[in-house]
Design a protein around this ligand. Sequence first.
Ligand SMILES: [Zn+2]
Length: 710
Amino acid sequence: MMDGSDPRAAMKVTADHLRRNAYLYVRQSSLRQVLHNTESTQRQYDLRGRAIRLGWTAEQIIVIDTDQGQSGASAADRDGFQRLVAEVSMGRAGVVLGLEVSRLARNNADWHRLLEICALSRTLILDEDGLYDPGNFNDRLLLGLKGAMSEAELHMLKARLIGGQLSKARRGELVMSLPVGLVYTTAGKVVLDPDTAVQQAIRHLFATFTATGSAIATVKAFRQQQLRFPRRITAGERKGELVWAALEHSQALRVLHNPRYAGAFCYGRHGHGRTPTGKPTTRLLPRDEWTVLINDAHPGYITWEQYETHQQRLSELAAARGTDRMASPPREGPALLQGLAICGVCGRRMTVRYHTRRDAQFPDYVCQAEGIRTATAICQNIPGAGIDTAVGALLMQKLTPLALQSALAVAEELSTRADDADRLRQATVTRARYHTDLARRRYLAVDPTNRLVADSLEADWNNALRELADATDQYEHAKASTAGPLSAQQQARITALAADIPALWSNPDTPQRERKRMARLLLQDVTISRGDHITVHIRLKGGQDHSLKLPLPLASWQLRKTPDEVVAAINELTEQHTDSQIAAILEQRGFTSGTGQPLHARIIRQIRDAYHLPSHTQRLRDAGLLTLNEIARQLDVNPRTVKSWRNAGLLTGHFANDKGEYLYELPSPDLPRPRIGRPPHQPTPTAGHTLHTEHDTVNTARRDHGREIA
Ligand SMILES: [Zn+2]
């Protein structure tokens, strides 16, 4: 090893170097090293001694140790390293001292930068292996190599550790923390927890999930029966200790998803990554991406087939109960499926919008959340009245005594589980009693003169007694409140009730809110989509599915559709009559409008417009009838002449519309022309009366005051 006394090393140190300071760079990456690694502190003092032997004075040695207690993979994190670089580049450093200097920079880029600067400022580098002059080619090569080596070494160290872990995992031998209910034996084998209370609790969870079919229902059942579930503390002072607490949903899911309960060894179920801001993230990978999965590696609580079934069931539930699909409670408003409707296009929950028509509210089921969020077109908007009716009818049809029998059978099945629950609750009491005994014996065993210990043991004993009392109380209370199996009488009452529901449903006095409640009891959710027709997919709480196809709802004018025979009659009557005349005729025949209102001219006109039936006026015009002015133009005579013909009754007029206007047939060309000087308004005395045509249904008086169509 080179030393201060080494003549070759001493030769590198010049007076120029000695004029400048020596910088001792101390880097310890973690607080733990700072606390415990006194050995490296010792080595750093040795290094200082070597610098002194090379000619620097003790006062010249400046220690840079601001990195202590910090860790980081690049120079950006470390003030100390940057200060060192600054001092070196300003030419204040004659030498840089450090233990394994190449590690002084954590990555190669930092290291090479420091070398560069040292070479430029003719700064030496001293570590335990020797003294280097970065300006010298050979030394520079050596230092560069050392940097590269140290980076490679770190990399290989990591790879070796991970590789070792992986190969152990591949053999299923890697010791991993086990979920509650499984433990390692002293020989390192995985077995079921010998604590029977723990085993029972886990078996009960799986049995309840099988019976109820959902994690939420399982948690609910545990809570209703006041059962506790074991959990192992994973960190802190009480690490490894078993605590019993109320079951939580996330916990139930963890148990149900964990393959180890099916006796399978697995490794790499989670993928690790980082967010763009550098926050570490973890996500569960799909099964085919797991690094290792070994079935039947150790005893379990369920079979692999059961595990698979559970996963299938859970993923179905997850699809039905995404966060945006949580069912909401019934509110006011008539929409039966409010909070139950799911969009058949995008799978989001649909909201209800009402529109009012003739003082009644009609629901529309709308999928608009995404449209609102992204300011795009809404996904679906489907009129709901027809859907509500169809779903209601289906519910009443399905609510048969037979369907109810199967529901009662499930209730029966659950009540037999009550015995299991009772055993588990009893175990809690037994456990509390055991702890009390233990605390009592500890207290009695201690020397009473040792007040400090005796006091704390007495407190423990008191606590244990209190817990025992609580456990006993809870046990008694739960036992009293747990419903036993349904009696034959109860079953008969439920069946009778089921028969009553259809009557209640169809009773017009039943508030819609009650129907909504009933729907909510029976329906899981209803998926709606609109295409050529409306598809309604209904899931009942009992697990049955039904699909309905409904016609697209009619537009509002179609809802008010006029009967075909009325339309035909209007068409026929329009040939000869105006709208108000038709209204009077049809009313006499006993017809009303599509909405049941009495007919009048405005409705007749609307119906004509809707069915594109030409008006009476139009028909007369199509037949070639003209106004007086038009006749005058056509015959090239003064309009007053035509009026005089009309007044003389020479023209055949037809009542054209309800404003009292007329259209006239073109007269024959040989009608008399007025003589010059004769007042045009006077009727021609020679003219005979033209007979009214059968089309002219209007009385003469009205016709005489009739106006021409403008
Ligand atoms: Zn949608």
